[in-house]
Design a protein around this ligand. Structure first.
Ligand code: LLP
Length: 432
C-alpha cells in the first residue's frame, strides 16, 4: 500500500514508520524532523554484501557513497556492516575519520580535488584515490613522492554510456565533466602516464554512469565496455587490472509508479555477464566494487513536518505550507523529483483535492511536491514525505537562515539523536 514496507498504518489508524509512531517522535524531537530507519539501512547494506559474497571474488566490496547522507553515525553503521565508503571531499573524509571508520576502506572521488584535499586524504590514510584526469595524476604523484609513500589508486574512466536518467546525474557520457574518456584515447594515455608514476600503485579502473538508474542492462553494458577496454590495455601495455569499480546508481522507488528493483538479482546478472566476458577475453576476474548511495539510505528516510497555513485559491491552486522546505529537501526544486506525501493522521486516505505542498522559504520555487491528493489538513497537523534518506540532509542549506532539522535514528523500538537540531546560535557561529 505504501511506497516502502517500513511505512504502515499503526493500530491507532495513524502513520507509523519503522514500527514507531510518527506522532510520538515528532512530539519528542520537534519538527521538521529527519527520521532514519537504521534497520532498513543495515538491511540494504546486507542486500549488497550478500550478493557480493555470492557473485564476486573474495575481496570484492560494496562501498557506501556517503554523499547520499553523511554524518558520523552512518559511517559507524557502515563499519559495523563491513561496507567500504566512497568519500568526495575533505569534509566527508573528516567525518568518516572522526567516526572511527577505517580509512583504509575509503575511496576518494571528485573531478577537482584540490592539492589540500589530496594531502589531507593521504594524511588521513585514505585507502584509494580515484584519479579523475591527467592533471590530478601529477598532483597525486607529487604529493605521494613528497611523503615517500606509494598511493593506491584507481583511474576514473568514462565508458560513453548514457544511463537515461535525469540530466544532472548522468555522468558516464563522453562529454562528462567526470573521468577520462575511452573514446578519445585519453583513457589510454592516462594509463600509460600512470604506469610511469613510481609513487602510484594502480589497482584498477572506476566508472560511474549515473544515478536513479532503472535501465535493464545499463550495468552489464558498462561492465562490458570496461572489460573490453581492460583487455585491450593488457594486450597493448601489459597492464592487468585487479579491481573494477562500477560506481553507484541503482534507482529507488519514490512513488507507486517507480519499479522496485531486486538489487540482489541485478548484481547476479552483472556477475554472470562479467564472468562470461572474462572467460571469452581470457581475463582474470577482477575484484569488484560498486558504490551505492541512494539505494542504501533513501527508503530508510522520512521527513516529518508540521502544517502551517492551508490556503485555497479557487479555480487556481491549493497550498499546504509546512515548517520546512527546499532548505531540507531541494530535490523537487532542482530536479522535479517525485515523492510520496502522507498525512500522519490519515495516511491511508487519498483525498479529492490536489495540493501543492510548499515550504517556508521566500521564493515560489520552494515546492516540496506539487499536485498531491490529500484530505484537507488542519494547521498543526503532521505531514510526512517518504523516501528522503538520500540527498536531503546532505544537500540541505541554511537559505533564509533556516536551521537544519535533526536526524533521529530508529532502531527496534528505540530512537536516538544522530544529528542535533541546528540552533540560532549555530547560524551565527562563523560570523565575525
Ligand atoms: N559513485 C559516484 C562516483 C557518484 O558520483 C555517485 C553519485 C554515486 C557513486 C552514488 O550514486 P547513487 O547510488 O546514490 O545513485 N543529488 C542527486 C544525486 C547525485 C548523484 C551524484 N553521484 C540527487 O539528489 O538525485
Amino acid at each position: 500500500m505504501f511506497v516502502c514496507e517500513n511505512i504502515a498504518v499503526g493500530a491507532d489508524g495513524r502513520l507509523s514508520f519503522a514500527g514507531q509512531s510518527v506522532r510520538a517522535l515528532a512530539e519528542e524531537y520537534g519538527t521538521p524532523l529527519y527520521l532514519m530507519d537504521e534497520d532498513r539501512i543495515r538491511h540494504n547494506c546486507r542486500v549488497y554484501l550478500d550478493a557480493f559474497r555470492r557473485c564476486f571474488r573474495t575481496g570484492s566490496m560494496p562501498l557506501y557513497a556517503s554523499k547520499a547522507n553523511s554524518f558520523r553515525r552512518i559511517y559507524q553503521i557502515m563499519a559495523e556492516e563491513g561496507m567500504g565508503v566512497d568519500v568526495v571531499s575533505a569534509g566527508e573524509i573528516y567525518t568518516a575519520a572522526q567516526a572511527g571508520f577505517d580509512m583504509a576502506n575509503a575511496y576518494f572521488h571528485g573531478n577537482n580535488k584540490t592539492p589540500e584535499d589530496i594531502a589531507f586524504s593521504m594524511e588521513q590514510g585514505v585507502g584509494w584515490i580515484v584519479i579523475d584526469c591527467a592533471g590530478e595524476l601529477e598532483a597525486v604523484e607529487a604529493e605521494a613522492a613528497r611523503r615517500g609513500i606509494r598511493q593506491k589508486a584507481l583511474l576514473r574512466i568514462t565508458p560513453g554510456i548514457d544511463p537515461h536518467t535525469y540530466e544532472a546525474v548522468a555522468t558516464g557520457r563522453v562529454d562528462s565533466k567526470f573521468g577520462t574518456p575511452i573514446e578519445t584515447g585519453q583513457a589510454e594515455a592516462l594509463l600509460i602516464q600512470t604506469l610511469q608514476c613510481p609513487h602510484i600503485e594502480l589497482t584498477g579502473f572506476h566508472c560511474h554512469v549515473g544515478s536513479q538508474v532503472f535501465g535493464e542492462d545499463v550495468f552489464e553494458r558498462t561492465a562490458e565496455v570496461m572489460l573490453r577496454f581492460m583487455a585491450e590495455m593488457r594486450s597493448r601495455h601489459g597492464y592487468t587490472a585487479q579491481q573494477l569499480d562500477l560506481g553507484g546508481g541503482y534507482g529507488v522507488r519514490y512513488v507507486d509508479t517507480d519499479p522496485a528493483l531486486d538489487i540482489g538479482a541485478k548484481i547476479e546478472r552483472v556477475a554472470s555477464t562479467l564472468k562470461a566476458l572474462c572467460a571469452s577475453l581470457d581475463y582474470p576476474e577482477p575484484l569488484m566494487l560498486m558504490e551505492p548511495g541512494r539505494s542504501i539510505v533513501a527508503d530508510a528516510g522520512m521527513t516529518v513536518y508540521r502544517v502551517g497555513s492551508v490556503r485555497k485559491i479557487p479555480g487556481f491552486k491549493n497550498y499546504i505550507s509546512v515548517d520546512g522546505g527546499m532548505t531540507d529537501n531541494p530535490r523537487f526544486a532542482l530536479y522535479g523529483s517525485r515523492y510520496s506525501v502522507l498525512l500522519e493522521a490519515s495516511p491511508a486516505e487519498k483525498g479529492e483535492t490536489a495540493w501543492d505542498v510548499v515550504g517556508r522559504c521566500c521564493e515560489s520555487g520552494d515546492i516540496l511536491q506539487p499536485n498531491v491528493n490529500l484530505p484537507e489538513p488542519n494547521c498543526g497537523d503532521l505531514l510526512a514525505i517518504c523516501t528522503t534518506g538520500a540527498y536531503n540532509y546532505s544537500m540541505a542549506s541554511n537559505y533564509n537562515r533556516i536551521p537544519r532539522p535533526p536526524i533521529v535514528m530508529l532502531h527496534g523500538s528505540q530512537s536516538s539523536l544522530a544529528v542535533k537540531r541546528e540552533t540560532l546560535e549555530d547560524l551565527i557561529r562563523l560570523d565575525v
